[in-house]
Structures are given as structure tokens and as C-alpha cells.
Design a protein around this ligand. Structure first.
Ligand code: FMN
Length: 388
């Protein structure tokens, strides 16, 4: 599967082309829109999310509700575009110096300065527009298609927030993924523990009041993944590595761990590795899942548990010091309409980028140009797992 996304934050639209989906895959647009809505919610988001009510359009590769095997093109319009047409026009302009909303005071922590230096943009809006997390709306839409694909293999993906600004939700994940979904859906910060929820909301409000921002940690769980997705045979086929790359590619994500993750450094091997068991019904299973569903770059058949840490958002209403690139004088950094905390939204994004990597791995392993062919290959492999 190959994927390309394009589009600026205040341009006319976001676009994606997905190549390599099997034909005959039913696509439900309303499920994609429901996921887009989930990304737009959460306590701590700014005004922009009120303007945008994201809706996907499918403009190629799907006919009468099913994929045809041709590239699928998705479009999400930016409703805010109508307020930015002259600033963001693709047509040549006579007086570039007179363009409004130029960015000349780069924000520490954002892509502005490095992008300006690299591409020689003296108006760093050219950087901001593409480096903005607006792009993650399209990644959710793509992941929503990946989730629909995975549902035919019984694979389910859910996520939750476990830390916002140092307030940690220590509640154990319920065994039923449906319960996990229901409880996080009912939380404005997407966590499980109601006491932690209240404290998280307070730290977000406090940060907002102070013109500051806060980050956190999100967790994604993938259930019913068969053992043997990914490969040990070459470094770029290791599925945990691919997932790590995808998670780190989300704007503001700075670290990834699987299972007990960094805590593995503090434990002896006997308290890290997952003992192997066997029974007739399930075949091979593990006593524990401390390694989060991965060994040797391959899935173990246990749930995948992956966490990502998000740094606080760079745009601050009480801005940090920067330099005006025209005068070289010290200045407060630019302010662009911004969230004070986007961790709940980021947990939705994280679910979807993980779903896409799993969908790619499933699609690679189970041959077939149409969905039923892939499912037949998957069923045959499941028999092999039981008989091994
Ligand atoms: N950064 C901002 O400055 N303002 C925002 O409103 C904002 N919203 C975000 C929403 C989501 C869902 C995510 C995942 C990130 C958001 N960010 C926001 C983070 C920036 O996009 C990110 O920090 C920036 O692209 C620089 O990349 P880096 O932090 O990965 O180095």
C-alpha cells in the first residue's frame, strides 16, 4: 500500500491518494466522518476546530460503496479557506511584501525556523501551513479506511490517554475493547479514571489561563492480531519499527514504547519476557504481555500495546522569545490560533496511524487482489498457526 497526502492548513483542501487497497472492500463514509469528528473533540482544543466540521469526500477508487482496486482519493475541505483566499492563493501576486499574516518571528518548538532556513522561505507561513497538525485530519481518514479493512480480519484498534501534564491515569485497561471504547468516548480527555479526568481538565484549564500549553502520553491497543506479522529478516520489515516511525511522525510526538517499554531497563529478564503456553483451542499464547505484542519485529499474537509521548504544543498565547528574521531584533514568537492541549485528539490520531501500519502488514502477508481472496489466505494461515 502506498500513501501520499497533500494540502495546507488554510488551503482549499487536504488530499490523500491510497494505492494498493484490495477491490471489493466496502467503504462506509459515515464511519470515516465519525472518526474525523472524534479527532476534533477533546478538552483543550482551540477555535479552529469549531470552524472545521470535517467531512470526507471520496473522489476516486470507490464505486457503489466498494473499492475497485484503483487508487482511492480522499478530500477534506478546509472550511476556513474562504477567509484566507488572497493570503493562500496559488496565483502569482504583485506585491509579496504586502501579503497579510506573514510569519517572520518563528515559534520555538515548531517547524518555522528550520523550514524557513531549509526552503529559503522568508515568509515562514509557507512552512507553518504544511507543518501544521491539520494534516492529521487526513491521516485519521486514511486510518479509518484501514480500520474498515482490518474489521474483516477481526482486528480491532482502540486508544486512550494515560497522562496529561503529569496527571497519570493508572487504571488497568478493561479486557473488552468495546468497554474501553465506550468509556474513553464518554471522557472529554479520553481517559478511564474519572478522578484523573477531573485533574487533567484542571491542568489543561490552568495552562490555558496562563497562556501556556501541556502535553501527555497516549496508548493504543490492537486486539486479535495473529502472530507473525512483520519480519525479523530485514530491518525495514520489522513491524514494531514501522509502527514506531508512524507514531513519531505525528506532529509533536517525541517518544514511543511497546508494552512495559522503558521500564524494561529496570527489571531482570525473568520479569520482562513473556512465557510461552499452548492449548488446543488457541494454540500458542503467552502468560503475560509485557513486551506489548512484539518479538523480533513480529507480532506474538498478544494484543499490541504501543504508547507515544506528545510534547506541549509550541504556539503559546504568552509567547517565548524569538527573533524577527527581518530585523534580527529579539521579539516574542508569532501567535497562530492554537490549542492549549491536543493530547485527546492526538490519541485518536495515534490509533489511526497504528491501524494503517497493521493494515499494510496484513495486506502484505495475505495475498489477493480482492478482499475475499485475502480473507481466504488469512483463514488458511490461522489454521497453520493452530496446527504448528
Ligand atoms: N501546534 C501548535 O503550535 N498549535 C496547535 O494548535 C497544534 N495542534 C496540534 C494538534 C494535534 C492533534 C497534534 C498531534 C499536534 C498539534 N500541534 C500544534 C503540534 C505541532 O503541529 C508540532 O509541534 C509541529 O508540527 C512541530 O513538529 P514537532 O513537534 O514534531 O517537532
Amino acid at each position: 500500500m502506498r500513501i501520499l497526502t497533500a494540502g495546507e492548513s488554510h488551503g482549499p483542501q487536504l488530499t490523500a491518494i491510497i494505492e494498493g487497497l484490495p477491490s471489493q472492500l466496502p467503504i462506509d463514509k459515515s464511519l470515516i466522518n465519525a472518526e474525523l469528528k472524534r479527532r476534533q473533540g477533546g478538552h483543550g482544543r482551540g477555535r479552529r476546530m469549531v470552524i472545521e466540521t470535517d467531512q470526507v469526500q471520496i473522489v476516486s477508487g470507490v464505486r457503489h460503496g466498494k473499492t475497485t482496486g484503483a487508487p482511492v482519493t480522499l478530500v477534506i475541505e478546509n472550511r476556513d479557506w474562504k477567509n484566507w483566499t488572497s493570503i493562500m492563493t496559488s496565483d502569482p501576486i504583485e506585491n509579496p511584501d504586502e501579503v497579510k499574516k506573514q510569519v517572520t518571528k518563528p515559534r520555538p518548538g515548531h517547524a518555522d525556523l528550520n523550514g524557513g532556513l531549509k526552503y529559503n522561505h522568508r515568509d515562514m507561513r509557507n512552512v507553518l501551513e504544511r507543518s501544521s497538525a491539520r494534516e492529521t485530519a487526513m491521516r485519521v481518514a486514511i486510518g479509518a479506511i484501514a480500520k474498515q479493512f482490518l474489521s474483516h480480519f477481526g482486528i480491532d484498534v482502540a486508544g486512550r490517554v494515560i497522562n496529561i501534564g503529569g496527571v497519570v491515569d493508572t487504571e488497568t485497561v478493561p479486557e473488552s475493547i468495546e468497554e474501553l471504547k465506550e468509556r474513553t468516548e464518554n471522557s472529554p480527555v479520553r481517559c478511564l479514571d474519572k478522578k484523573a479526568e477531573e485533574k487533567m481538565i484542571n491542568v489543561i484549564d490552568e495552562a490555558k489561563k496562563n497562556g501556556d500549553s501541556i502535553g501527555g502520553v497516549v496508548e493504543v491497543i490492537v486486539n486479535n492480531v495473529p502472530a507473525g506479522l512483520g519480519s525479523f529478516a530485514h530491518y525495514d520489515r520489522k513491524l514494531d519499527a514501522k509502527i514506531a516511525m508512524s507514531v513519531l511522525s505525528i506532529n509533536a510526538f517525541k517518544g514511543v514504547e511497546f508494552g512495559i517499554g522503558f521500564d524494561a531497563a529496570n527489571r531482570p529478564g525473568s520479569e520482562v519476557h513473556d512465557e510461552i503456553l499452548w492449548n488446543e483451542e488457541e494454540g500458542y499464547t503467552r502468560r503475560t504481555n509485557r513486551l506489548g505484542g512484539f518479538e523480533g519485529g513480529m507480532t506474538t499474537g498478544m494484543p499490541i500495546v504501543v504508547r507515544g509521548v506528545m510534547k506541549p504544543i509550541p504556539t503559546l498565547y504568552k509567547p517565548l522569545q524569538s527573533v524577527d528574521i527581518n530585523t534580527k531584533e529579539p521579539f516574542s514568537a508569532s501567535i497562530e490560533r492554537s490549542d492549549s492541549c491536543a493530547v485527546p485528539a492526538a490519541s485518536v490520531v495515534c490509533e489511526h496511524v497504528v491501524a494503517l501500519e497493521i493494515a499494510k502488514a496484513v495486506s502484505d502477508k495475505f495475498a489477493g487482489d480482492y478482499l475475499e481472496e485475502k480473507i481466504a489466505s488469512f483463514e488458511a494461515y490461522k489454521k497453520h498457526l493452530l496446527n504448528f
